[in-house]
Design a protein around this ligand. Structure first.
Ligand code: R5P
Length: 313
């Protein structure tokens, strides 16, 4: 890469972020059309040549996940058949990642199936952020750069000047992320002992660590129905926490999420823009952190054949 021209295309899931990334690279999005036929089949066309070009396609596979996935793989195929030199799928949010292993007999490993589909469509590389499970990188045989939102999160928390702060992981799976951030901020660490009896239902069993009289910042990768984070906030209050904050990279926000978050009594709710949040539903205490600076820098380095590892702090 690097000797060619670079073009950034966007599918439909998060055009605002794609435009922000392109702007930060001093470019406009390349022209394409992603529409639907009358029977809902997706129709994709690249409106400019990509012959010999390093192509970057921005698409989060958030709701509607299946449509968004299909848009992405069709656009990758279009770029491949139009002789692109390389194709990087830029997936700020990688959907299906929570189905990353067989949790019971006779179920698929859906994240692997999705990885197969994306790879078979013809990508040369995947650039994503806060993959729910690191091992999904191994589901691909092409390079995967998994950026962390933590630099953005750490800078934002610093700007809030929170005293007596404890970083809280809402479940055991998020402990590494919470510990890393707590260490950077010289804050305490607590863990919520969560049980998930079935999909989209969670029960808080216990809080491990000192939270009484502390300002608690809960950090998760995903807020979906808001059940985990709201249940966690309730438990923290019961254990004597002062203010409780919610920070998550991917605002999936399905089902009763807005209602759950609104009722949970968070001092502030902070998401990134890997998935767009419906403006009309946005709560007054919600802040959205832009991820375009990180994606733009990573794309620039990938294009120039430079190391991106210093972005993984
Ligand atoms: C689970 O392991 C994830 O990290 C999130 O905690 C989970 O997906 C959030 O889902 P919900 O908001 O529906 O509880």
């Amino acid at each position: 890469m690097g000797k060619n021209e670079m073009k950034i295309f966007s599918c439909n899931s998060n055009r605002t972020l794609a435009e922000d990334i392109a702007r930060r690279l001093g470019m406009n999005l390349a022209s394409s059309e992603v529409t639907k036929f009358k029977d809902e089949e997706i129709a994709v066309r690249l409106n400019e040549s990509v012959r010999g070009v390093d192509v970057f396609i921005v698409q989060s596979t958030c709701k509607p996940a299946n449509n968004n996935l299909m848009e992405l793989i069709l656009m990758v195929d279009a770029a491949k058949r139009a002789s692109a030199s390389s194709i990087t799928a830029v997936m700020p949010y990688f959907g299906y990642a929570r189905q990353d292993r067989k949790v019971e007999p006779r179920v698929p490993i859906s994240a692997k199936v999705v990885a197969n589909l994306i790879q078979a469509s013809g990508i040369s590389r995947l650039l994503t952020m806060d993959l729910h499970a690191d091992q999904i990188q191994g589901f691909f045989d092409v390079p995967v750069d998994n950026l962390f939102a933590s630099p953005l999160v750490i800078d934002y928390i610093k700007s809030m000047n929170i005293t007596d702060m404890t970083i809280v992981s809402p479940d055991s799976g998020g402990v590494d992320r919470a510990r890393f951030i707590a260490k950077r901020l010289d804050a305490g660490l607590a863990i919520i002992d969560k049980r998930r009896p079935k999909a989209n239902v969670c029960e808080v069993m216990n809080v491990i660590g000192e939270v009484s009289g502390r300002n608690c910042v809960m950090i998760d990768d995903i807020v979906d129905t808001g059940g985990s984070i709201s249940g966690g906030a309730k438990a923290l209050k019961e254990f004597g926490a002062k203010d409780v904050y919610c920070i998550a990279t991917h605002p999936v926000l399905s089902g009763n999420a807005f209602d759950n978050l609104g009722k949970a009594g968070f001092r502030e709710i902070i998401f990134s823009d890997t998935i767009p949040v419906d403006e009309s539903k946005k709560l007054d205490n919600m802040t959205i952190l832009p991820t375009a600076p990180l994606f733009a820098e990573a794309i620039k380095r990938i294009f120039n054949g430079e190391s991106v590892s210093s972005l993984f702090i």
